[in-house]
Design a protein around this ligand. Structure first.
Ligand SMILES: Cc1ncc(COP(=O)(O)O)c(C=O)c1O
Length: 464
């Protein structure tokens, strides 16, 4: 991309020369020499600093960030109120360990989570360091509280990369190959993936009933319901390709689990904190938090604007079952991360970023639908709030996944000043998790750049 294409006063993206630049290349070479090969990197950005929805690299190039730290930056890069709270905490107390004692920021964060998590009645919280750790603790608590061992998860799920997290995760080749044996007592059922699996002409309601029948069958064929501690669901699958579970499915799932005394946990690690147009994606199902609720909500990523902080919040009678000393970690809910998370939640609410997510989603969807009319390789467009994805196919009728285009698009997008990532069980999606503080002008600029990237990638693929 030549400088003249982007380097004007009224654009945010500024590319000074060939990418990656000279400084970036030198650091990338050092990364390759020192970081393990297993650590994937989506694009060759070497960041120096970032603000809002933009990242400046070590060569002075400015990018618009559509990856948002894989959904960790809903409040944007370095929101000033958050960095101020972190600075204040850093100067007073870095660490104590909440197994040793107490500091106010851990209490403040739990209190704040209890205001926003859509669970009725008394709640309790365990603070952790990462999404996978919060998910593992939800499993520990569910097993202890029910005295049962079985955990049911979904095809296409992603719950992290620890032994149990990886076991609960789907997409074998990428996340699991060579890493077994896996943990026991984890069972998997089909997710209500409408685009790929709903038979033509079938209503969403009927499809949800079909998928609930799959779950009922699993409770006969795979595990007895009296042995199941919990079902863990992403209300919108993240790594799986931004696939929303219809509200009809969530309600039926709640009813079925309740009938059998099975706990229901919503993994909101990627969907939480305004990303989908609500504070939590489970709230898209009507009556959540008022007429019905889940037992636990698993949170991480955008809770802390980039700090290592995560949480499980749940019904007090469930959360308080494990014995004293049975839960915890050295750093889980450390003072600095808690101060950052408290300020982040305030920021998300004060700036109405759930509403902003809906506006962003509407703008992205407009562009995506228009691209769909010119490229028949775009099989599906999915936007839940600002959780937006395009799914590519080789044939719209057979819906054969197209895993060739997404990496080409990411590459072309980078050359045009965008940071992006792929998704999908079949690796056939590109997704946007753009910081919700992006301005309309920046968003339109990013969409124009992405459109050019998609056009170029489609052309490259066709002539290959
Ligand atoms: C839904 C979901 N759960 C859990 C995780 C794991 O979180 P972490 O990478 O913080 O361990 C992720 C990460 O992408 C996720 O998207």
């Amino acid at each position: 991309m030549s400088t003249s294409d982007t380097d004007t006063q009224d654009t945010t993206i500024r590319i000074n020369g060939p990418l990656p630049g000279v400084r970036a290349q030198a650091i990338l070479a050092r990364r390759d020499a020192t970081s393990v090969r297993g650590l994937y990197r989506s694009c060759p950005i070497v960041a120096d600093r970032a603000t809002g929805a933009t990242v400046t690299d070590v060569d002075g190039n400015v990018f618009i960030d559509l990856a948002g730290g894989i959904g960790a930056l809903n409040a944007g890069h370095c929101p000033p109120e958050v960095t101020a709270a972190i600075h204040d905490q850093v100067d007073r107390l870095l660490h104590l360990c909440n197994i040793v004692g107490t500091y106010e920021s851990m209490v403040q964060l739990s209190e704040k989570l209890h205001e926003i998590v859509p669970i009725r009645g008394p709640k309790k919280t365990l603070l952790c360091n990462s999404g996978v750790e919060a998910g593992e603790n939800a499993v520990k608590i569910a097993r202890y509280a029910t005295g049962r061992q079985g955990i049911i998860v979904f095809e296409g799920a992603f719950h992290g990369r620890s032994l149990l997290g990886m076991t609960m995760t789907s997409k074998y080749d990428l996340y699991k190959r060579g890493f077994g044996p896996f943990a026991s007592e984890v069972y998997r059922v089909p997710f209500p993936y409408e685009y790929r699996e709903k038979p033509d002409g079938m209503s969403t309601q009927d499809f949800c009933e079909l998928r609930i029948r799959d779950l009922k069958k699993a409770l006969v064929a795979q595990i007895d319901p009296t042995s199941v501690a919990a079902v863990i669901i992403e209300p919108v699958q993240g790594e799986g390709g931004f696939i929303p579970a219809p509200p009809e499915y969530i309600r039926a799932l709640r009813e079925l689990t309740a009938q059998h005394g099975i706990l229901l946990a919503s993994d909101e690690v990627q969907t939480g904190f305004c990303r989908t147009g609500k504070m939590f994606a489970i709230e898209h199902t009507p009556g959540c938090g008022t007429e019905w609720d889940v037992d636990m909500v698993i949170m991480a990523k955008s809770i802390g604007s980039g700090l290592p902080i995560a949480a499980v919040t749940g019904k007090a009678e469930v959360m308080d079952k494990p014995h004293v000393g049975g839960l915890g970690s050295t750093y889980g809910g450390n003072p600095v991360a808690c101060a950052g998370a408290v300020a982040t939640i305030d920021y998300l609410r004060e700036h109405h970023l759930a509403d902003r997510a809906n506006e962003i989603g509407a703008i992205c969807e407009d562009y995506f639908r228009r691209w769909q009319t010119k490229h028949d390789v775009i099989g599906d467009v999915r936007c839940t709030g600002a959780m937006c994805a395009l799914e590519f196919v080789t044939d719209r009728v057979t819906k054969e996944p197209n895993a060739v285009l997404p990496p080409l698009i990411v590459e072309e997008a980078f050359q045009r000043g965008l940071i992006m990532i792929r998704a999908g069980l079949y690796g056939s999606c590109i997704r946007s998790l753009v910081p919700l503080v992006i301005t309309d002008v920046q968003l339109h600029e990013a969409m124009r750049a992405l459109e050019a990237a998609v056009d170029a990638a489609v052309q490259r693929a066709a002539s290959a």
